[in-house]
Design a binder for this molecule. Sequence first.
Ligand code: ZN
Length: 218
Amino acid sequence: MSDRTDLEPADLLENNRRWAAGKLAADADYFNRLQHIQQPRYLWIGCSDSRVPANTIVGLRPGEIFVHRNIANVVPHSDLNALSVIQYAVEVLRVRHILVVGHYGCGGVKAALEGTDLGEIDNWLAHIKDVWREHYDAVMALPEAERADRLAELNVIAQVQNVARTSMVQKAWAEGRSLSVHGWIYSLADGRIRDLDVTIAGCTDLHAVFRIGSDCRD
Ligand SMILES: [Zn+2]
């Protein structure tokens, strides 16, 4: 593979021109069709890390997955950006699955563990520190080299909970719609995604504290 680190923006535009031409050559109606239809079944909530591109690693084409990414795949309760994405995906696109996908070797998780002063971003990383604090003894009992990857898993599990606690997701359940929130983790080392088996598919999977509305009582 040639050295791609010195590509200029103009080279990217040229890549794009060739890509679009290739698509049209294979299917003259390709863009016309995509323009009018967006019916993804999935919402991906993942890390911004450049090595974890959503569509590519699950083999989906444009139009097939709605994507939200931020540093260390965090879904804070009052993050307008994440909440807007979830609302649009659930209520307008009517996705059936929300995939919270973390990854091993996550720089955001490592930075939270190291506690170095990084400026503004430390306020964002505090969400991961909340998870670390909650599982402090279990994480610190591990060999140092394993802590970041375990915290990356625990962070996914915590963010699955945060997604399921949103009013939009609970409203979908109250309406009797099928909507599952999954927790996955991707390995940069082998390219594989592992299911953490923490899927939440209904409000009774939530602690009573977080249930919204009278439709969700045991
Ligand atoms: Zn990351």
